[in-house]
Design a protein around this ligand. Structure first.
Ligand SMILES: [Zn+2]
Ligand SMILES: [Zn+2]
Length: 284
């Protein structure tokens, strides 16, 4: 939050919650929430739900919530998108003590050396690392705690994998998966340790940022996916298991990168520009 206006808005929004009556009003409104079909609660219903008799006091607190968390519509009051988003965030990230220690998934392997990686879930992030080699850079991605609670290690990795792919697809196409704002692609022209090139996609508004190799970023492209399948690359594997392939700089002005991926029955060469738009896909 570099913008002082953003932090002032956040301060105001959070401070509004610091009163029991306001919390009760908000929870009463969230109780029967059904997206855009939510029936508004009338003033009397809401007052009743909160169990208040003093209308002056009730009116004051309802007024405080209006704008940020409560909207007046025909027939009464509904929660705003801020209220429901906050409620969902609390549910998604409620504390869990599952996976406090490292654990080893059975179905994943280090893409560099093939040994079983170790997985750790910490502070809302799932991290996968190889203890047996230093060639692989590893993998870390935010994942709501709620999604950790009910899954075994292999299912959890699969769920994280699906989430990464989904988020990357949106982010590459210019949409932040968290806040729907626009994104900016930053393609690094210096190769990392395993010879692949790294790219980061950042939200222009919120804190969303994802760093990945070039190939992973373009797996959502139909031409890339079908060429890889035809070459015998199994795309249903975990993100971390997918071949990254060495990247070559095709040209510097304007910058384009080529990635060669070897499948069971062929090689695919994907060329992307610095906005991660796929320029060409060739299969041999
Ligand atoms: Zn390894
Ligand atoms: Zn965002």
């Amino acid at each position: 939050m570099d913008d002082p206006d953003d932090s002032a808005d956040a301060r105001e929004a959070f401070s509004l919650l610091g009163h029991e009556i306001r919390l009760e009003i908000l929870l009463a409104l969230l109780e029967d929430w059904m997206a855009v079909y939510t029936e508004p609660k009338s003033y009397a219903e809401l007052m009743d739900a909160v169990g208040m008799r003093d209308s002056g006091k009730f009116n004051y607190h309802l007024g405080q919530l209006r704008g940020v968390y409560v909207r007046k519509v025909e027939g009464g009051y509904v929660p705003t998108a801020s209220a429901t988003a906050l409620y969902r965030a609390v549910l998604a990230h409620r504390p869990t003590d599952r996976f406090e220690d490292e654990f080893a998934p059975t179905a994943a392997s280090c893409p560099a050396c093939g040994s079983t990686p170790s997985v750790r879930y910490e502070r809302g992030f799932l991290s996968v690392d190889c203890d047996d080699c230093s060639e692989w850079v590893g993998f870390t991605y935010p994942f709501p705690q709620n999604g950790v609670e009910s899954r075994d290690p292999d299912d959890l990795l699969e769920a994280v994998h699906a989430r990464v792919r989904h988020d990357l697809g949106l982010a590459r196409e210019g949409q932040c998966p968290d806040c729907a704002g626009t994104t900016t692609v930053d393609l690094r022209l210096e190769a990392v340790g395993d010879g692949s090139h790294w790219v980061s996609i950042e939200c222009d508004t919120c804190t969303f940022v994802v760093g990945t190799n070039v190939l992973s970023a373009v797996l959502g492209d139909d031409r890339v996916a079908s060429a890889l399948r035809e070459a015998g690359v199994d795309l249903e594997r975990y993100q971390l298991d997918l071949p990254t392939g060495p990247t070559r700089i095709e040209s510097r002005e304007p910058p384009t990168l080529a990635v060669d991926v070897e499948g069971e029955v062929g090689t695919v060469t994907v060329v992307v520009d610095d906005a991660l738009d796929v320029q060409s896909v060739e299969r041999e």
